[in-house]
Design a protein around this ligand. Structure first.
Ligand code: FAD
Ligand code: SF4
Ligand code: SF4
Length: 583
């Protein structure tokens, strides 16, 4: 399995598009992405990047490939790809599907099902499609034009959008004869904080996600001079950076936990600090201070973390005096909650004790068979790529439900393995190993970016930098495949391998740990299974440490009998729209 592809919830074939970016084939790279993750331009800017910690390059030189930002390159440089996008079938299948909410989960369901011939209508209470991608993620990270373009691709498939249309009763919607309903309404309620002084100073205290959407829609245009942001997640980072752009001179993000334990991604923290925002940790809010309704600051208790035998953390007062931090405005960014006031509780949809719908986790079907959930509405707030992945799963479920097939039986993914040999010393992929460190994405000057709320702060890689970064990829999908009967045990591959990851050794000596220690270069990552081949003429085994293999193909070039080959593994998740995507 390819680590980055597997770590991506939508299983985007990363090395495939990274090679296309290196080759300057940006439109093709975009289309590879679009098939699996639907929003390459959006995700290339703001994805939470679960693929990058999994990237094997990180294990080789400590720095993963900048996978996310290479996606942005494909999106920025693709040109007009509209005519290359798949088209829905000329004849619809007669089924009507309603999606509630126009965030990434519903939009994915709509795209997959429209391509399969369904008539899909998406309802949203907002003026434009995009969900929180538009209302919460600030424009300096994600310009509206990118959201417009990628939502536009879905609208062009014949999906009907009913914006400015809040669904106020699911019971009423269900009487309209839809074949299935998908609920993708997100986790719209921001948590508030109830402390002394909260009600007196209410005019200067805002729930972060409400404040961000008010900024996005132009209802808030200024921040106060001194702002405190409560919370340590990405919403707190967005609030603080937005406040700086709206004129705040002094912004403190104040967090209960330690810096290393903060939920915000490391890069979001770095960017906030680069913009002059201070992050203060191990401080618990105690009270708002105010004078006749004018907020003057907040009181914080100092704590330290203590862990019990099971590793559970508790925050214990240090005994120091409470600290007063002066401010004129507070933004509360301490989490989001789900809320379904529009779903009646007596229509066959069960909710658990936490107010979440009871769902089959594999199919996302609710206890009312024709109603499915996905994205933040299904399992609580997460991120865009998870919403997309759940949208794909829900689309498969809806398609099977409407076709009278068992929803729990899922179509198997398709996988192929093909040799990359083009000649004795030539492979169909670039196997030169770049020694470059990870390239930094160029950004706009700080003085410029802080002046303009809507100016995108990153330029993105130019084609030359993109190519250099793409060349850092180790092509993990091109696997070394070993055929024992062809091996004459000459050790040529052992001698040539620059990573020293091939060992021929006696079989059966010691357990896995003993075997790892005996390898030419001991295999230190126990999470990575060893590649072990039996069936050699001498009875020995070939053991390869996949953790550090560079996929350079030198073993296969050097091998005199062709016992080694480099073969490309392609995994295609089966989706509701599989035929349209391969047409
Ligand atoms: C400040 C902030 C920053 C974030 N930054 C990132 C980031 O950088 N990267 C990332 O991957 N994720 C980020 N996220 C999370 C991400 O935005 C969400 O996980 C994702 O948008 C969830 O998608 P969804 O389709 O489930 O729902 P949402 O995007 O929440 O969309 C739900 C839609 O449903 C509509 N709706 C709700 N109820 C009704 C109703 N009754 N009738 C009609 N319409 C209704 C809403 O108007 C909304 O448009 C961020 C979230 C926040 C709050
Ligand atoms: S090196 Fe390339 S193929 Fe391997 S995990 Fe990283 S991005 Fe994926
Ligand atoms: S491809 Fe072959 S030669 Fe290259 S690092 Fe991997 S095992 Fe060694």
């Amino acid at each position: 399995m390819v680590d980055c592809q597997w770590a991506c919830p939508a299983h985007t074939p990363v090395p495939e598009y990274v090679r296309l970016v290196a080759a300057g084939a940006h439109a093709e790279a975009y289309l590879v992405n679009w098939r699996s993750n639907v929003f390459p331009g959006i995700l290339g800017r703001v994805c939470d990047r679960p693929c990058e910690p999994a990237c094997r390059r990180g294990r080789v030189d400590g720095q993963p490939v900048a996978i996310c930002r290479l996606k942005r390159v494909a999106a920025d440089l693709k040109g007009d790809i509209r005519e290359h996008l798949p088209k829905p079938p000329a004849l619809r299948n007669g089924r009507r599907i309603a999606c509630v909410g126009a965030g990434p989960a519903s939009m994915t369901v709509a795209r997959d099902l429209a391509l399969r011939g369904y008539a899909v209508t998406v309802f949203d209470g907002s003026q434009r499609a995009g969900g929180m991608m538009r209302s919460e993620i600030p424009a300096f990270r994600l310009p509206a034009s990118v959201i417009d373009e990628e939502c536009g691709h879905i609208e062009a498939l014949g999906v009907a959008f009913r914006t400015n249309s809040w669904v106020r009763s699911l019971e009423a919607l269900l009487t309209e004869g839809w074949d299935a309903v998908f609920v993708g309404t997100g986790a719209p309620r921001g948590r508030d904080i109830d402390l002394p002084g909260r009600s007196e100073a209410a005019a200067h205290i805002h729930v972060g996600i409400d404040w961000l959407s008010n900024v996005a829609f132009g209802h808030v245009e200024r921040a106060a001079r001194r702002v405190i942001v409560l919370g340590g997640g990405n919403t707190a980072m967005d609030c603080s950076r937005t406040a700086r752009r709206l004129g705040a001179e002094e912004v403190h993000v104040i967090v209960r936990s330690a810096f290393e334990e903060m939920k915000a991604s490391p890069w979001e923290r770095e960017e906030a600090m680069h913009e002059g925002i201070t992050i203060r940790n191990m401080m618990v809010p105690l009270a708002f201070t105010q004078e006749q309704g004018r907020l003057t600051g907040m009181l914080f208790g100092k704590v330290r973390a203590e862990y019990d035998a099971s590793g559970r953390r508790s925050l214990v007062p240090t005994g120091e005096a409470a600290e007063h931090v002066a401010c004129d405005e507070v933004l509360v960014a301490i989490g989001q909650e789900n809320s379904f006031p529009w779903i009646e509780r007596d229509i066959g949809i069960d909710f658990d004790d936490w107010g979440m719908p009871v769902l089959d986790r594999g199919t996302l079907q609710s206890t009312r068979p024709e109603v499915f959930f996905g994205g933040d509405a299904a399992l609580g707030p997460k991120n865009i790529i998870t919403a997309v992945a759940q949208g794909h799963e829900a689309a498969i479920s809806i398609d099977r439900f409407c076709s009278g097939l068992p929803v729990a039986e899922r179509p198997a993914p398709r996988a192929t393995l093909t040799s990359q040999k083009m000649g004795i010393h030539a492979w169909s992929y670039s196997n030169r190993i770049s020694e470059d460190a990870r390239h930094k994405v160029p950004t706009v000057e700080l003085s410029e970016t802080l002046k303009n709320l809507r100016l995108e702060f990153e330029f993105g890689f130019d084609p030359v930098l993109a190519c250099s970064e793409a060349e850092r990829c180790l092509n993990c999908d091109v696997a070394t495949v070993f055929t024992p009967p062809a091996c004459i045990e000459c050790d040529a591959c052992v001698d040539i391998c620059p990573a020293e990851c091939i060992t021929f050794t006696q079989d059966g000596e010691g357990d896995d740990i003993g075997l790892r220690a005996r390898l030419k270069s001991p295999a230190s990552n126990p999470d990575q299974a060893l590649y072990i081949a039996t069936g050699l003429k001498t009875g020995r085994v070939m053991v390869k440490d996949e953790n550090v293999c560079l996929h350079c193909g030198m073993c296969a070039e050097r091998c005199p009998t062709g016992a080694w080959d480099m073969q490309k593994f392609v995994l295609n998740d089966n989706r509701a729209n599989a035929e349209a995507m391969t047409a």
